[in-house]
Ligand binder design. Structure first.
Ligand SMILES: Cc1cc2nc3c(=O)[nH]c(=O)nc-3n(C[C@H](O)[C@H](O)[C@H](O)COP(=O)(O)O)c2cc1C
Length: 200
């Protein structure tokens, strides 16, 4: 299934074609491809080059590690993630290593790393579905995440699966069109709320 973005201006194919599927094929992700995804995350830009990210990654073959991550997911995310071959959790370091001060951009930079990962995945025929629906405290406890590190986002990664394997409800979600606000609703110039002529 393809769900390309309907754009107001042309964009790169990888960005246009990325979407967050619910149906994943159980086919494992090749270790070298998984390595490339994490390498792409590694090379994200970050404030002061702090690289305030860590990832807890589990492949389906590593049953205990996979189950540990899976158990942290919200009930609503479990039915469709169970077939995904890879689960991961991105974690943000809350203070700068250089001076111990709060890093206001930690979540931004972990988002940058995740965006790199997701687009690298698309370039290799892999899809990602990010999730806020998990229990951070459970993740902290189960995975031994230290204080000062914030369990931020979970993600399912894998090849596209067959939507017919999903429940009726999930099939509806899978088939729903993707939508975005129009550019002029959030691109301003001069002053907040003033739409820019180049973004209409
Ligand atoms: C940080 C973040 C958290 C998300 N949490 C969930 C989630 O818990 N469950 C879910 O099904 N989708 C989740 N999503 C997926 C979004 O719903 C999805 O990206 C959005 O609807 C846009 O669809 P698209 O990615 O196909 O363009 C999340 C996405 C992001 C970036």
């Amino acid at each position: 299934m393809q769900k390309p973005a309907e754009t107001q201006y042309p964009i790169h194919d990888l960005i246009r074609d990325r979407w967050s599927p619910l149906a994943f094929d159980s086919k494992p992700v090749e270790p070298e491809k998984l390595g490339s995804l994490l390498e792409a995350a590694r090379w994200a830009a970050s404030s002061y080059n702090e690289q305030p990210w860590a990832f807890v990654v589990a492949t389906k073959e590593d049953t205990d590690a996979f189950q540990a991550l899976f158990n942290c997911l919200a009930e609503g995310n479990q039915p469709w993630t169970q077939d995904a071959p890879v689960l991961l959790l991105s974690v943000a370091k809350e203070q700068f290593s250089r001076n111990g001060k709060p890093n206001r951009h930690a979540a931004h930079d972990v988002g940058m790393a995740n965006a790199n990962l997701v687009l690298q995945a698309m370039s290799m025929g892999l899809y990602c579905h990010m999730m806020a629906g998990f229990e951070p405290q459970k993740a902290r406890h189960t995975l031994g995440i230290p204080e000062g590190w914030d369990p931020l986002t979970m993600m399912a990664v894998g090849y596209l699966g067959d939507a017919k394997t999903l429940s009726e409800d999930l099939q509806k979600r899978e088939g729903a069109p993707r939508s975005r606000k129009p550019l002029d609703e959030f691109i301003f110039t001069g002053k907040w709320g003033e739409a820019a002529s180049f973004a209409t």
